[in-house]
Design a protein. Structure first.
Length: 256
């Protein structure tokens, strides 16, 4: 299993740790790990091995002075007006402020979004109760230094029992294989299985003359009802989406 990498990373935590503990010259280390010597020198000065954020250490506005930015923050917190209304109200006092400068200033202070007021949104409804054996199955991608890996994740909506398998690719045969492994691993009877409309789980709507999908065949063999989420409704399977994120975070802590 390779290390999980951010999009622009050239080294992993293990490589940065090795660079910091090595006594070799910058040129030798740069040649060995295929990085710039400046990258090696910069990493050796840091007291940590994780990725440092890009940009200035203490971001500030090139347009607004510190007291003007404090005025904007106070005005926003006191009035709770939208961005354009704040701009109209502040331009009399700060004529040089622009909409983009105002937005960046609010972003720096974490008040870009207005707080939710009571009654703005309907109250969250509790999840519908499901019997044990009702599974959500989904596929997620994990990016590593070796390429993209596919993760098939299944979670019981009642007891949150979770199972995951990692593969180099994602196709219908692997999805059916994961379902067979899940059936063997779960002691209880699996009732309905909920998936999205991906090609790993079902035929496309335009494939009118296609054979029965192998995933549906496995479901039929074991008496399992296969249900599909509505198209473009990812929140229908939010529980398994959250479990995907949990698995990814756990893998990042272990391998990065």
């Amino acid at each position: 299993m390779g290390h999980l990498l951010p999009g622009s990373a050239r080294t992993t935590a293990a490589v940065r740790r090795a660079l910091q503990h090595s006594q070799e010259s910058l040129g030798r280390l740069a040649e060995r790990y295929h990085v710039n010597p400046k990258t090696v020198a910069k990493g050796n000065k840091r007291p940590h091995v994780h990725d440092a954020p890009l940009g200035p250490k203490h971001p500030c506005s090139p347009v607004l002075r510190q007291e003007e930015e404090a005025l904007i923050v106070g005005f926003r917190k006191h009035t709770l007006l939208p961005l354009d209304d704040c701009l109209s109200g502040l331009q009399a006092t700060l004529p040089h402020v622009t909409r983009s400068a105002l937005h960046r200033g609010l972003t720096r202070h974490g008040i870009t979004r207005l707080p939710d007021l009571e009654g703005d949104k309907p109250a969250n409804k509790p999840f519908k109760p499901y019997p044990i054996g009702s599974f959500h199955i989904d596929r997620a991608e994990v990016r590593t230094e070796e390429g993209k890996l596919s993760l098939f994740v299944a979670i019981d909506r009642a007891c949150t029992f979770a199972d995951a398998e990692r593969h180099n690719e994602a196709n219908n045969m692997l999805a059916a294989q994961c379902l067979r492994h899940l059936i063997a691993a779960v002691p209880d009877k699996i009732h309905p299985v909920l998936t999205d409309n991906g090609m790993q789980f079902t035929n496309r709507q335009r494939d009118h003359y296609a054979l029965h999908h192998i995933f549906d065949v496995v479901c039929h063999e074991h008496g399992i009802a296969h249900r599909l989420t509505p198209v473009n409704h990812p929140w229908t399977k939010g529980q398994v989406e959250r479990m995907n994120r949990t698995f990814k975070e756990a893998m990042a802590k272990k391998y990065h």
